[in-house]
Ligand binder design. Structure first.
Ligand SMILES: *Cc1c(COP(=O)(O)O)cnc(C)c1O
Length: 463
């Protein structure tokens, strides 16, 4: 049988899809009992994939079976309730179902003509996001792979505008001989922002680095006088402490001066969608651009990042794509709002989560992360850990009486297989960083995790 006929056959008899579905359900049903980080044995078994590419086609069912047999056990249990690493969210069930359905659509999301539904849902999500975050009317949104790409898109727009302010068209004249842009950032901005600055040719030595306070927030008094050649980089949610820069104290003057303020709010911007947490983001609406993820706090599947920009001309011109074969319509053209051309129609899943939760559901889910983080922080403090941060959102940062003990306790928890979180460095010292970011984390999961920490500490101390 030709490959083409084989493929028609597979689509028709559905065996591989039924198998994948069964495996997926078994995975989901077993998530609470599986190791949160895979065992050494399961990692070892990944060697099964180290084989030369086969000369002949493989049976499709064998492909699925192999992936399920060796791949499933070597996953981290991100969709369970006790994965607390890297600010990684879980996935709201309806978004997984949306993904399954729309996988069969396989929409190329770049153009209206390749996917009218993606174009429509991008517009809808744009309007909804503007509404829940209270952003200016002129704001447009682009749907990209994550906040790294959103930061890149935003800073392209900022570079365009800040040079244009000085009579320079970056798109035509390029970087050689361009007037300088002053870039002001505090030392606690996220690594992806630093990476973006380097990628865009600004150079890390050309940044005016400001000190941050003990919670990793900008100190308003340290910010120099700004003008319309300045790019100020702020943050909603420090990746270690969860701390928010005081936008209300900084943004009004920055806006008045004509500076471009960009806010990286990968996970933290969502506080702005919650009644009891909204104070954290107050004033953020005065910025020019914002980067946020769906795949962290909002628990959409990967990859889902959003660039929002109150200067549509700057965003669209700096990311422009022109070729004779690109056909623009009078409808929304998704590729104008981000660096990618062909792309996943990720707005479909974002739409499904927002539609499913509604404003109240988003508030309840995101506030729930905060409540669990508070519980975690308080419980760990009671268990004798030093709580380093004010738990203002979903991040909990702790350490023990010495760096060695901190590291050993972290290892103990990681090796328990019952919970997983990562380490970080804070003010020169190793620390443990717990990010409560999944809808699936329950109060019981938090208590189990506190117990794991207490036991790991006891083990280390009695060793
Ligand atoms: C995760 C994160 C990023 C990077 O986002 P990706 O979605 O991983 O590209 C940027 N900034 C902050 C504060 C983050 O937490």
């Amino acid at each position: 049988m030709s490959i083409q006929n084989k493929m028609f056959q597979e689509l028709k008899d559905k065996t591989i899809f039924e198998q994948a579905r069964k495996n997926a359900y078994a995975y989901s049903d077993g998530i609470a009992d599986m190791d949160v980080f895979p065992s050494d044995e399961n990692i070892e078994n990944l060697k099964a994939f180290e084989e030369p590419l086969n000369d002949e086609p493989t049976d499709a069912l064998d492909v699925i079976n192999m992936l399920n047999q060796y791949g499933g056990p070597a996953t981290t249990a991100q969709t369970g309730g006790r994965f607390f690493g890297f600010v990684d969210g879980g996935a709201v069930p309806v978004s997984i179902a949306t993904k399954w359905l729309t996988d069969f659509w396989d929409q190329c999301g770049g153009l209206y003509l390749t996917s009218p539904i993606n174009s429509k849902l991008e517009s809808v999500c744009e309007a909804w996001l503007k509404d829940i975050f209270g952003l200016p009317d002129e704001t447009v949104a682009g749907f990209v792979s994550g906040t790294s790409m959103a930061n890149l898109s935003a800073l392209c727009a900022a570079r365009y505008r800040l040079l244009k302010n000085q009579g320079w068209d970056i798109n035509k004249q390029g970087l050689n001989g361009a007037p300088p842009i002053r870039i002001i950032a505090h030392k606690q901005v996220h690594s992806s922002v630093k990476k973006t600055l380097v990628m865009l040719g600004f150079g890390s030595d050309n940044i005016e680095w400001l000190e941050a306070d003990k919670q990793g927030r900008a100190i308003p008094e340290t910010i120099p006088a700004l003008d319309n050649t300045c790019l100020l980089l702020l943050q909603a949610g420090n990746v270690n402490t969860g701390g928010y820069d005081p936008f209300m104290e900084i943004c009004p003057a920055a806006k008045k001066a004509g500076a471009w303020v960009h806010i990286d709010g990968a996970f933290g911007l969502w506080a702005g969608a919650c009644k009891s947490l909204k104070h954290l983001t107050a004033g953020m609406e005065l910025a020019q651009s914002w980067a946020v993820d769906g795949h962290k706090t909002l628990n959409t599947p990967y990859d889902c990042g959003i660039i929002m920009c109150a200067d549509p001309e700057a965003l669209v011109t700096s990311l422009q794509a022109n070729a004779d074969y690109i056909i623009y319509t009078d409808q929304r053209e998704p590729l104008l709002y981000g660096p990618e051309m062909s792309k996943r129609s990720r707005a479909l899943e974002l739409w499904s989560v927002m539609k499913y939760l509604g404003k109240r559901g988003i508030d309840e889910m995101v506030t729930g992360l905060h409540i669990n983080a508070k519980r975690m922080g308080a419980g760990l403090k009671d268990a004798g850990f030093e709580l380093i941060n004010e738990v203002v959102f979903n991040q909990v940062l702790i350490k023990c009486s010495s760096s060695e003990i901190t590291k050993s306790v972290l290892e103990g928890v990681q090796q328990s297989g019952k919970a997983w979180c990562g380490g970080s460095m804070w003010q020169g010292e190793p620390v443990i960083r717990i990010s409560v970011c999944s809808w699936a984390t329950s109060a019981e999961d938090v208590d189990i995790t506190i117990g794991l920490f207490a036991k790991a500490k006891q083990d280390v101390m009695s060793f």
